[in-house]
Design a protein around this ligand. Structure first.
Ligand code: PMP
Length: 412
């Protein structure tokens, strides 16, 4: 039995909560090490979504009938649940979106479109996921703003000593990831937000890889915006959140127009609701938001601090095991990292290695992980990536190391 000795959580028993972990793949028990791409869903979430469709399904905010009231109440309660989960001051600071990508596009297009001018600087880092890069490129191209990047060191951490020369008064927003989806690096968010604030820059935190893995409180972090996806934290796909302080959101004009976001409409023009509804045009992902609240209940039942310890334990255990695999090179920090490990094996292309692993039921991810500039920075076409979550075990890591040893012999 490979339990984390210091934890009060029975991690092996918890696997029973995730029906999909019983799957067999290519004749082997599934080892799901692709949680950074999307997490698996516990029965508690699946049941809530099913129950919603069986007993509550109706459109929100519009109907005067009982089911619509029930759906609306559940949907809005979920917003409050999210606010509590991230330490927001009010449920009005929570905008439901399709996910991290849409949340960042909302900020880039609606906030950026209003407040940024030609010559302004958008500060990013070299480790951003494409979803925290491309929206800013589009905005910069449209208005003539400039992009600037905090470089990444060879060990996968940010070159923070460069920050004082990069973070000048021309910087209007500093948008950066909390945890790197390729390197596992954990960035010092509160410090970065504080430094940005000292030059009057806004901050956006991409919390896609941190939200379900560690305690997180937006007021302690001191960020202006925070974006995340439900599907990486045990909730369904197609729902996510943009957090913004009330005053900040109030200053942002609408971006998508349509039903739900207006107060009155004439043929010529419209007036708009206050946030968050101003940003939720059309029928939202009601079941998704309700599922997200159920995922929050589930994760809080375990404790995010416990989950973080578990992730860190698995990452260091995996790094030890992988150190003995011939020719395998791990990218990213050797310690203080999350449960995401990218690696390359000299002889094998990451796609081939990942396909090889799949023959043994091991689900890795192979490729650039939506981090093409970062891959270029490290001089690799891509990597294979193992990413862990609360249902991952040391025993599975032992099996992964065995499979990687087999790969060494196969590809030599
Ligand atoms: N940022 C990071 C750091 C991510 O890992 C991901 C997902 N891989 C995203 C943004 C985009 O998330 P989504 O596809 O759910 O919008």
């Amino acid at each position: 039995m490979h339990k984390v000795a210091t934890s009060r959580v029975d991690w092996s028993a918890l696997r029973e909560d995730f029906p999909i972990l019983q799957e067999r793949v290519n004749g082997h028990p599934l080892i799901y090490f692709d949680s950074a791409a999307t997490s698996q869903k516990p029965r508690a979430v699946l049941d809530v979504v099913r129950n919603y469709y069986e007993h509550e399904n109706a459109n929100v905010h519009r109907g005067l009938h009982a089911l619509s009231a029930r759906a609306t109440e559940h949907y809005e309660k979920s917003r409050q649940r999210v606010a509590d989960f991230i330490g927001a001051a009010s449920a009005d600071e929570i905008v439901f979106t399709r996910g991290t990508t849409e949340s960042i596009n909302l900020v880039a297009q609606a906030w950026g479109g209003k407040f940024l001018r030609a010559g302004d600087v958008i500060l990013l880092t070299e480790m951003e996921h494409h979803s925290n890069l491309v929206p800013w490129q589009l905005l910069a191209g449209r208005i003539g703003a400039r992009l600037r990047f905090v470089p990444v060191r060879d060990d996968g951490t940010l070159e923070l000593e460069k920050l004082s020369s990069l973070l000048t008064a021309e910087v209007k927003i500093f948008a950066f990831t909390h945890v790197s989806n390729s390197l596992g690096t954990i960035n010092p968010v509160a410090e970065l937000c504080q430094k940005a604030r000292s030059v009057g820059a806004m901050t956006l935190v991409d919390a896609a890889q941190s939200i379900g893995h560690m305690p997180l409180n937006v007021q302690e972090l001191g960020c202006d915006f925070l974006a995340f996806s439900g599907h990486k934290m045990c909730a369904p796909t197609g729902v996510g959140v943009l957090y913004g302080g009330l005053d900040v959101l109030d200053s942002v004009p609408p971006w998508h127009g349509g039903g739900e976001m207006i107060t009155s409409v004439t043929l010529e023009k419209s007036t708009f609701k206050k946030p968050p509804h101003r940003f939720e045009a059309g029928t939202p992902n009601i079941a998704g938001a309700i599922g997200l609240a159920a995922a929050i209940d589930y994760l809080e039942g375990i404790g995010r601090a416990e989950i973080f310890k578990h992730d860190v334990d698995l990452a260091s255990y995996a790094l030890q095991g992988m150190a003995d695999v011939t020719g395998l090179h791990v990218l990213g920090p050797s310690r203080d990292r999350g449960g995401v490990i990218s690696f390359v094996m000299g002889a094998a292309h990451p796609h081939d290695l990942t396909t090889f692993a799949d023959q043994y039921g091991l689900a890795l991810r192979g490729g650039h992980h939506c981090n093409q500039p970062l891959m270029r920075r490290f001089g690799v076409p891509g990597t294979s990536r193992a990413s862990f979550y609360l249902y991952s075990t040391r025993e599975e890591i032992d099996r992964m190391v065995d499979i990687l040893d087999k790969a060494v012999r196969f590809f030599k």
